[in-house]
Write a protein that binds this ligand. Structure first.
Ligand code: C2E
Ligand code: CA
Ligand code: CA
Ligand code: CA
Length: 277
């Protein structure tokens, strides 16, 4: 009926208003969070499948909100991307992760590499390349030990200018990876022109591995690995949770993996003391 339809409309209206209000509040809070030290970096090991050795760690941002508690980067990174906050947060992230890894490498004699996430907006920021260069110079981290992850969708927004930024980053000597590969619409033919080192296969494909009736996941990963290797790229599988998934990925000659099977993302204080040179 008409009244029911109207009631529903108002319901959605209220819901939408509340969502927008929460976002506005969070955006304000996020500004304070940076200054206030509420943001911190978690690290997840990246394991080489041939040796099962941790060869790198991925830095993943965490926000401990004073009243809401833990807020996921899935919620706050897009918020930050709507304003120029992402550049502030991105600078903080690059500075803290490079400092942490440089100091852990020196203290423990580790050769662990660092990989971090860049968002689409950061690629558009003219300050990105100098900021990365500064972080390397200040910490003395060898450029080839830093890898920058960019999602397929961020690259495809404006492939031409993204290509220019990637080329400038590559000239610094850092490595470049495509994140969430397989979820966008790019073809390997488009990526071929970009100066890439690594493809990270999205968790959605890994989840299907070894499940009855889901053999297409295995075929897709096999195809990605074969093509990536023929293009000189290495392959990382993300979201590996079970022994079975690990076993299949090793059979498919995937190079590296990360996921709860090895470790959840944890604080540096929890991760590094259990790592040995
Ligand atoms: P991502 O880069 O694809 O990171 C992988 C996500 O999967 C992480 O979620 C990680 O905690 C989670 N994960 C790892 N292993 C497993 C597993 O075995 N099973 C399951 N179910 N999940 C697993 P997280 O930390 O919540 O980060 C979500 C996304 O937020 C990231 O996706 C990335 O796109 C973004 N993000 C996180 N930190 C940063 C950052 O510093 N800068 C930027 N620009 N984006 C970030
Ligand atoms: Ca990532
Ligand atoms: Ca990913
Ligand atoms: Ca993902």
């Amino acid at each position: 009926s008409k009244t029911r339809g109207r009631g529903r409309y108002e319901f959605f209206d209220v819901e939408l208003r509340e969502r927008v209000q929460r976002q506005l509040r969070l955006e304000q809070d996020l500004r304070e969070a940076v200054v206030d030290g509420q943001l911190w970096m978690a690290y997840q090991p990246v394991v080489e499948l041939r040796s099962l050795r941790t060869v790198a760690v991925e830095g993943l941002m965490r926000w401990h909100h004073p009243t809401h508690g833990a807020i996921s980067p899935v919620e706050f990174i897009p918020l930050a991307e709507e304003s120029d906050l992402i550049n502030l947060i991105g600078d903080y992230m690059l500075r803290t992760t490079t400092e942490e890894i440089a100091s852990q490498r020196a203290r423990r004699g580790l050769d662990t590499r660092l990989t971090v996430n860049l968002s689409a907006r950061q690629l558009d920021d003219a300050a990105l390349v100098p900021t990365v260069e500064e972080a390397l110079v200040r910490t003395g981290l060898p450029p080839q030990t830093l890898c920058l992850e960019i999602t397929e969708s961020a690259l495809m927004r404006d492939p031409k200018s993204a290509g220019d930024v990637l080329t400038a980053l590559r000239e610094l000597g850092v490595r470049l990876a495509i994140d969430d590969f397989g979820t966008g619409y790019s073809s390997l033919a488009q990526l071929w022109r970009l100066p890439l080192d690594t493809l990270k296969i999205d968790r959605s494909f890994v989840t299907g591995l070894g499940k009855p009736g889901k053999s297409e996941a295995e075929a897709i990963i096999k195809g990605i690995v074969t093509m990536a290797h023929s293009m000189g790229l290495s392959v990382i599988a993300e979201g590996v949770e079970t022994d079975r998934q690990l076993e299949i990925l090793r059979e498919l000659e995937c190079d590296q993996a990360q996921g709860y099977r090895f470790s959840r993302p944890v604080s540096a204080g929890e991760l590094f003391p259990r790592m040995t040179a």
